[in-house]
Write a protein that binds this ligand. Sequence first.
Ligand code: FE
Ligand code: FE
Ligand code: ZN
Length: 278
Amino acid sequence: MFKIGCHLSASKGFMNMGRTIVKMGGNTFQYFSRNPRGGNAKALDEKDCSDFRLFCSENGIEQILCHAPYTLNTCSKDENIRTFAKNTMKDDLMRMEYVPGNMYNFHPGSHVGQGTEKGIEFIAEALNEVMTEDMHTTVLLETMAGKGTEIGSRFEEIAEIIKRTKSGDKLGVCMDTCHVYDAGYDIVNDLDGVMEEFDKIIGLDRLKAIHINDSKNPFESHKDRHEKIGEGSIGTEAFERIINHEYLRKLPFYLETPNDEAGYIGEISMLKNLYKNI
Ligand code: FE
Ligand code: FE
Ligand code: ZN
């Protein structure tokens, strides 16, 4: 079964997001754990969480993806910023225990001049602090475009973070198509080669989700500007190969394209038409 959804606003709770995505033709969705620029999360509504767990089982929603605020920086050189990131992640993960079995994606962060090596050390340290043995959430490192001093635009960096984390199977990777293309992985002309490289360096078993976005910029531009599916430098034909690729076709796909609800409905429907049920 093709798992497809888009980013939704969490302001009206889980049940609202569940009903919205089903109405839109999807069967999974992504949401921000709190204001994407940081700040407090709203009060936890336990009734909404338990209603939603039932709603998922009745509506074929297998897993959803929570996105951490993108302003968190687990590898800042400023200790207060690192502590804030870890505390936010701990709080998010505690909340996710009310909807167990889902995924939590975060941006590894920017080393802001201390160098990749130090940055990787801090990210692994943060993961070792926020992840616990009894948690029921899979934490995902997102592949990045390599803007500024971002860490995680090379598969080797992601692999090194995972290697230094005592994570077991609760740590995975979310591959963003716009970001990897911006980072210099040619998923348009050599998707097989990129996926083999991912498997060799990180391991396919770590790949848990795909952010499916076109890119406003050309290959290897390190810019991170998402475009609507088929309107950017990646293009519809490449997305048809991506969603049907033997390594990827079973994973959940999340649109983060610049769209309103009608635009997302159109993209979900288009991708469902391009998916080959075999
Ligand atoms: Fe992201
Ligand atoms: Fe993304
Ligand atoms: Zn992005």
